[in-house]
Design a protein around this ligand. Structure first.
Ligand code: CAO
Length: 426
C-alpha cells in the first residue's frame, strides 16, 4: 500500500521551508522514525521521519526545493502489517477526533466482556500486537520518541487506554530514553548550566555537521593515526603556475595550488599503492583507479567532493572540475554520488593560513594530505640566503596499513616532485 509523507507543522507561524538534505533514495528500505528529509526554516532545522516501515517508492523533492506545509515529500510502499497498524492509527485518530468533539460514546465493558484476573494474566503473558494496543496517535508518537515498547506499558486510562503519563512512567522505570541513550557516550558527562555565568545561545546541529561529527569520531576512535610533516620549496612551481595561469584563464578557471597538488598526488598514489587502499578485516584492498576527494569549506560545514580518474586528466581539466565541484558544494547543488568513491583526500587550509595541522583520515580511506600556507622564507642554497616559497605539508595515515618509514617516503616524494617535477620519473 502506498503512503504519502507530507511536510508537517514544523514551528509556529512557519508555512514553508527549504529542503536541506534528502537522506534516502528511491528503492531504499526505511523504518518508522528513520529521518527521510531535512528541512530548514527561518526558525528551525528539522528531520522529517518516516511514519511507516517500507520501501521508498517515489521521492518528490530535491535539495534546495522550497516546500510548504502539507506538501507531499515522498511516497512509501508499506508492507501488509504496517497497513493494519496504520489502519489502527487511523481508527485511533478517528476516536481521538470523536473524543475531542465530544462525540465519543463511553462504553463500559459488558459483564461477559470483562476480563477475569487469570485471563488478564494469560493475556499479558502473550505479547500483544502493537496495533492492538489502545493508545492515541499522540501517545504512540511519544512512545516512539522515548523508545518505549507500548506492548509492555501498563495502562491507567479508561477502557485500558494507555496515556502519555503511562508511557513516561514506564520510561522512568526502564531507564534512559532513546535520545538520552544516543547522547550518552562513554566519558561524557552532563553539562553545567552555562547561563548562570553569562548569556548563552544555541545552534541546532545540522545534518552535514552531525554526519561529519559521527565520521570523525568513528575515525578517531578506530584508526591509529600518525601524522608526518614535511616542507617543499615550491618557488619554481609557483612561477610555473603564474605562467600557465593565462592558459587556464582562457578556459575560465584559475590554476590553483590544489589542482596542481591533485595532479602530483595522483601520481604519488600510483607509486605508493598502500595510500590508495582500504583495510577490510584481514585484507588490504588495493584500488587500481585514482579518485581523490578535496575537502571544501562550505557554509553548511565540511563537504568532500571527489574528482575521479585524476591521473587521466590534464591540469586544466582538474582545475575546471575542482572549481565546478567546489562551487556546487557551496551552492548546495552537489549530489551524494559526487561525494562517493574517493580513495584519498586532500585538505588545503593554506588559503586561510596555518603552518601545519593533523588532518583526520576519512574511512574507509587510509590517508589524507594536509596542505598549509605557502610563504616566502629565507633559505640557504649553497651558503647563500635566497627568498624561496615554502609550502608546509602533512600526511595523516592509518598505522595499521602504513608504516612510519613509508609515510615519510610518500610525503618526501610529493615534496621532491613539487621542487622538481622531473622527480616524477624516479
Ligand atoms: N598556500 C598559500 N596560498 C594558497 C594555498 C596554500 N596552500 N592554497 C590556496 N592558496 C591561495 C590561492 O592561491 C588563492 O590566492 P589568490 O586568490 O591570490 O589566487 C587563495 O588562496 C584562494 O584559493 P582557492 O580556495 O580559491 O583555491 P584552491 O583551489 O587552492 O582551494 C579549496 C580550493 C576547495 C581546497 C578551498 O577553497 C577550501 O575550501 N579549503 C578549505 C578546506 C578545508 O576546510 N579543510 C579542512 C577539512 S578538515 O581536515
Amino acid at each position: 500500500m502506498k503512503k504519502e509523507i507530507k511536510v508537517p507543522d514544523i514551528a509556529e507561524n512557519v508555512e514553508k521551508g527549504t529542503i536541506a538534505a534528502v537522506l534516502v533514495s528511491k528503492g531504499d528500505k526505511v523504518s518508522v522514525d528513520q529521518p527521510l528529509v531535512e528541512i530548514e526554516t527561518e526558525k528551525a532545522s528539522t528531520d522529517i521521519p518516516s511514519l511507516y516501515d517500507g520501501v521508498v517508492d517515489e521521492v518528490k523533492v530535491k535539495e534546495g526545493d522550497e516546500v510548504t506545509i502539507g506538501q507531499v515529500l515522498m511516497v512509501i510502499e508499506t508492507k501488509a502489517e504496517e497497513k493494519d497498524e496504520s489502519k489502527g492509527e487511523e481508527k485511533e485518530e478517528e476516536k481521538e477526533e470523536e473524543k475531542d468533539t465530544g462525540k465519543e460514546t463511553k462504553k463500559e465493558p459488558e459483564e461477559d466482556e470483562k476480563v477475569k484476573p487469570e485471563e488478564q494474566e494469560k493475556k499479558s503473558d502473550k505479547k500483544r500486537n502493537l496495533s492492538e494496543v489502545p493508545a492515541a496517535p499522540s501517545v504512540r508518537r511519544l512512545a516512539r520518541e522515548m523508545d518505549v515498547d507500548l506492548t509492555q506499558v501498563e495502562s491507567s486510562g479508561p477502557g485500558g487506554r494507555i496515556t502519555a503519563d503511562d508511557v513516561k512512567s514506564h520510561a522512568g522505570k526502564t531507564g534512559a530514553t532513546k535520545e538520552q541513550k544516543a547522547e550518552e557516550k562513554p566519558g561524557e558527562s552532563e553539562l553545567p548550566d552555562f547561563s548562570q555565568w553569562g548569556p548563552v545561545s544555541g545552534e541546532k546541529i545540522k545534518t552535514i555537521r552531525r554526519l561529519t561529527a559521527e565520521n570523525v569520531l568513528n575515525s578517531w576512535q578506530t584508526i591509529p593515526h600518525v601524522t608526518q610533516f614535511d616542507k617543499a620549496d615550491m618557488t619554481n612551481l609557483e612561477n610555473f603556475r603564474k605562467k600557465y595561469q593565462q592558459k587556464a584563464e582562457k578556459e575560465g578557471v584559475k590554476l590553483t595550488v590544489t589542482a596542481i597538488l591533485l595532479k602530483i598526488t595522483g601520481f604519488a598514489l600510483q607509486k605508493f599503492p598502500r595510500f590508495n587502499s582500504s583495510l577490510d578485516k584481514d585484507e588490504i584492498i588495493f584500488k587500481h583507479y585514482f579518485n581523490i576527494g578535496v575537502a571544501v569549506d562550505t557554509p553548511r560545514g565540511l563537504l568532500v567532493p571527489v574528482i575521479r580518474d585524476v591521473n587521466s586528466k590534464s591540469l586544466i581539466q582538474l582545475s575546471v572540475e575542482l572549481d565546478e565541484l567546489a562551487k556546487k558544494a557551496r551552492e548546495r547543488k552537489i549530489s551524494p554520488d559526487e561525494m562517493q568513491g574517493g580513495n584519498f583526500t586532500i585538505s588545503n587550509l593554506g588559503g586561510i593560513g596555518g603552518t601545519g595541522f593533523t588532518p583526520i583520515v576519512l574511512p574507509p580511506q587510509v590517508a589524507i594530505l594536509g596542505v598549509s600556507r605557502a610563504e616566502y622564507n629565507p633559505v640557504y642554497i649553497e651558503d647563500e640566503l635566497q627568498k624561496r616559497m615554502i609550502i608546509p605539508l602533512s600526511v595523516s595515515y592509518d598505522h595499521r596499513v602504513i608504516d612510519g618509514a613509508e609515510g615519510a617516503r610518500f610525503l618526501r616524494w610529493i615534496c621532491d616532485v613539487i621542487e622538481d617535477p622531473f622527480a616524477i620519473l624516479q
